[in-house]
Each structure stands twice: as C-alpha cells, then as structure tokens.
Write a protein that binds this ligand. Structure first.
Ligand code: SF4
Length: 350
C-alpha cells in the first residue's frame, strides 16, 4: 500500500511522527516533490482565494500526488495541553478536497492531544484497523513514532538543518544506530559562508512551514546565513519558550503563536542576538497578533526587529534589499558600540 503525504504545512513539524508510524505499520509513505513553480501555481488555482499561502501550497502538493492508493490528510486539532492548532489545520481534509486528483481516496484521523495520549492512541487504533493492521502493531507503531518525533526535535535543537534532521532521523531508525546519527549531526552542522565581518547574530522566528519552505521564502535562510550568525526558532528549548511567556496576562491559545512568541521573547532577551526577524504570512490571523506583541517587547528592549511578510507575490529583489538594510543597520550599531542616536542627533556626527 502506498500512501501519499503532501510536503507542506504539517510536514515541516510532524512528518517524523507520521513517517515513524507508517514505517512501523509496513506502509510506504510517498511525499510530494519539494515546492516548485508548478506546485505553487496549481495551489493558487485550487485553494480558496482568502486563505493563507501555506494552505495554498498544501493544495498544490496534494494535487501533485499521483500513483498512490490514498492521500493522507490528518486533522490535527491539538498537539499539547491547553492549546489548539490554527483553525485552518482543523478543517484541512475538507477545505482542500478540491485539490485531490481524480479518484484517489482521502484518509484521515483526528489528533487531539488535549484529550490525552490514550485518546490519541485510541484514534490511531481505529485508523490502523481500517488499514488492516493489528492492535499490537499499531501500538508499537505509535511508540516508535513518538521516538522519531523526539529525535527530530533533538536534532533541530542541536542546530541541525531541517532536511538533514529528517534524513538522519529516518536512517537512525531504519539503518544506523541512533548514537551514530546524533554523532553525525554534530559534525554536520550548517556550513557557514564567512562573507562578511563582523557577523551579527540574528534570530529568525516564524512558522516552520514558512521558515523551512525554501521556494516560498525565496531561500531566506541561506541568504541570511551568508552574512550573519543565524538562530532559528527550532533551536529554542521548550523550557525557554515557557519561561519567557510567564509574564503574559493570558496564556497563548494557539500552539504556533505560543512557540513563535516564546522563542521571539527569549531571543529579544538574549545578549548574543543583535536583531530579530519575524517571517510572517499575509492573511494569517495569529501572526497579526504575535508580530505586534513581539514588536512591543523588542522596542522596549531596544532590539532591532523586522517583519517580513510573505505571500505568493513576494519578489527576491525587495527581500534582498530589506535584509541588507537590516544587517547594515545592525553592523553599524555594533561598530558604534551600541550607542543609540538620540532624536535629532545622528550617530555619524558623534
Ligand atoms: S497559522 Fe496562519 S499561516 Fe498557519 S495555517 Fe493558520 S492562518 Fe495559515
């Protein structure tokens, strides 16, 4: 049996879990190709005009899946206690049904961690039984899937690249012993291109499906890495996220916003970070709230902060100009020993 899995949206956060689950059920999981122009264009045609770019990309990826027995579109309601994923995640199997090619059936399962691990397991058991698998096999697959996901998280926190983490994670459970993969990860860290001195420390925060989506974000991560020491949201410890959100009057309701804001706050307070960039998405409700909250915190801490908003019309020239201006401004600030110009007084005249 071949099951198609679109390389978009939840792929960037939860693919290791599903890869581990299906691998241990002896089912082949086929992912769509990395995003290219054709996928983007078909997504724009298939998805609702009003929706956000990541959902449009998801539609394009679903449409590109051929020669599979089923297309798998989980309904991910919640991935931790007391928070929900974005409402768009909840409606995925229905909202993008127009993108499914021909007669390929869609299979789905509802994942809701708010109800606890037992309920998640129960839902997966019912799902696995429909695929003709036994309960013992499904339970084992679930435990293995959790291990895959944990290892992926460890690799990302250690600074490993996204694609490389997925690859090492897959190998470590199928071919290599786990320790070898972790060791490999340490020697395999990002290749830094030392184009420029001094190299400011910049943190990039945003949804994993934008930060790691190289086609849609115009290869922003590598563009930044050529000139700065880059920190990504995945490198933040869960504890640091929780701690930095402690002062909020109300808990963050959405998982994605909680992670972005928590990581953003901790980077604002981090002295090794000279500036923070928020990669946001046009049409995203939660970004509109969290980017403003982060802007206020950054302003208070006098930390340079920039928002880059992506949509399907974003162009490379504009992006490069904005990055260069932001990095130049930070370098100038470092060279001037962090002296802030007072109103009406220019740093150059000091
Ligand atoms: S959180 Fe924002 S970007 Fe992500 S799916 Fe929801 S609306 Fe789209």
């Amino acid at each position: 049996m071949k099951i198609g899995f679109p390389r978009a949206l939840y792929y960037f956060d939860y693919y290791p879990f599903w890869a581990g689950f299906f691998y241990n059920l002896d089912i082949e999981l086929v992912t769509s190709e990395p995003t290219h122009r054709g996928i983007m264009e078909s997504g724009l045609k298939m998805a609702h005009d009003e929706t956000c770019l990541p959902v449009k990309l998801l539609a394009g990826h679903i449409n590109s899946l051929k020669d599979v027995d089923y297309i798998f579109l989980p309904r991910m309601v919640s991935v931790e206690e007391k928070t929900y994923l974005c409402p768009k995640f909840l409606g995925i199997p229905e909202s993008v049904s127009a993108a499914v090619d021909g007669d390929i059936p869609v299979i789905t399962v509802t994942i809701n961690w708010r109800e606890g691990q037992n309920q998640v397991l129960k839902a997966l058991e019912a799902f696995g039984l429909k695929l003709g698998k036994g309960k013992a096999m499904i339970r084992n697959a679930f435990q293995e899937a959790l291990k895959w996901q944990t290892m992926y998280g460890e690799l990302r926190r250690s600074g490993e690249d996204f694609e490389e983490s997925l690859d090492l994670c897959e190998k470590s459970f199928t071919i290599l012993p786990r320790e070898t993969s972790l060791k490999l990860a340490k020697t395999n860290q990002y290749k830094v291109c030392e184009n420029r001195e001094p190299r400011p420390g910049i943190a990039l925060v945003g949804h994993a499906y934008l930060v790691n989506e190289r086609y849609a974000n115009l290869d922003l991560v590598n563009k930044l890495r050529a000139n700065v020491d880059l920190k990504l949201i995945e490198e933040t410890e869960t504890k640091a996220v929780e701690n930095s959100l402690k002062g909020l009057r109300k808990k963050m309701f959405w998982s994605q916003a909680k992670k972005i804001l928590g990581a953003g706050y901790s980077y604002v307070d981090d002295e090794t970070v000279d500036g923070v960039i928020y990669l946001s998405c046009f049409g995203c409700g939660m970004d509109s709230v969290s980017q403003d909250m982060l802007a206020r915190r950054a302003r208070k801490a006098h930390k340079p902060y920039m928002v880059i908003t992506l949509d399907e019309h974003s162009g490379e020239a504009g992006l490069v100009t904005r990055i260069e201006a932001f990095v130049d401004m930070i370098v100038r600030r470092i060279e001037n020993e962090s002296n802030l110009s007072a109103y009406g007084k220019c740093l150059d005249n000091n």
